[in-house]
Design a protein around this ligand. Sequence first.
Ligand SMILES: NC(=O)c1ccc[n+]([C@@H]2O[C@H](COP(=O)([O-])OP(=O)(O)OC[C@H]3O[C@@H](n4cnc5c(N)ncnc54)[C@H](OP(=O)(O)O)[C@@H]3O)[C@@H](O)[C@H]2O)c1
Length: 343
Amino acid sequence: MKKVRVLLYGVGAVGSMIAKVLLEKKGVEIVGAIEVAGDKIGKDLGEVLGLQKKLEIKISKDLSVVVSRTKPDIAIHTTTSYLKDTYFQIASIVKHGINVVSTCEELSYPYLTEPKLAQQLGTLAKKHDVTVLGTGINPGFLMDTLVITLTAPCQKIEKIEAVRNMNAGTRRLPFQKKIGAGLTAQEFNRKIKNKKITGHVGLEQSIAMIAGALAWKLDSISVENAEPVIAEKTVESREIKVESGKVAGLRQMAKGFIGNKEVITLDFRAYIGVDEEYDAITITGFPNISQKIQPCVHGDIGTIAMVINSIPKVLNASAGLVTMKDLPVPSAATEEMTKYVKF
Ligand SMILES: NC(=O)c1ccc[n+]([C@@H]2O[C@H](COP(=O)([O-])OP(=O)(O)OC[C@H]3O[C@@H](n4cnc5c(N)ncnc54)[C@H](OP(=O)(O)O)[C@@H]3O)[C@@H](O)[C@H]2O)c1
């Protein structure tokens, strides 16, 4: 019986977590793994994933060789956040006639910040008869696709607000460091200045995707600098202790305007010691809609699910560059993967 053949392109934190879930899943098999550079090349995937067994899949940097030997249906691309850095990686996969699901944040809605690369990638995907999608939990779902879905029963919409209030203490250590947990406010601001802390990538893309779905022509989108959230008492995660007065994490806002009216507001907060974790969406319109997910969706678990659940949607889609708003209603693919795919 045919299985969906998956190529991993990037075996970092997210790529590895996806691989472990795919290994347990029926109707799908990992046939190859690519890393562009680094000491994982040449190692067995099982060893890199920390499993007790070999998987007989050697991590390679040579895409052409791996593709011609393994004939994947789809690549799971999980390397980095900006399209200018990932374009040639993704284009090289597409040129081999392989579909792509990527966690590259900018690819989730690339038309605003990288219109030329988006157009090139779309043309290339059509030429090679494959589909390319950027997705994840955020961008990809919580602050865009879910928001768009909730607008469906509205006759009028004045304003949309989405808040993600997340306890960073439950996320892995690199994430806690990425949001500045444990730093002084001065250190945090210095790291923001020299771009060692970038804040959340994808807010601009989420706003543009919502506006695109609603056919709103925004006059501007502003993404504010990430601000430190200062701990009012000592808080700690398993790995980091944040004393009172130090940085527990960050908050970042982004806004979409029509004229000078703020019509879309995204408010992203991730810090250690959050009292209440939630994802909330408020639509002011007719009718008003107010939705709250408590606790908020776990970022890593949600990202892995979004990527894996998107595999059949991408395989079934028409060729080209697509975004989450172009695909059918998102849903889980918890059964054998082949049940969802029109081969
Ligand atoms: N949309 C979402 O919701 C969402 C959620 C989670 C993650 N993401 C994004 O997904 C990407 C992967 O996340 P991660 O946590 O797995 O990152 P990671 O642990 O740094 O892993 C990335 C992998 O790609 C490699 N890599 C890094 N930079 C590269 C480059 N410029 N070119 C080629 N390979 C490169 C790394 O190799 P080395 O180990 O040798 O550096 C590593 O194997 C990130 O951009 C992250 O922001 C998005």
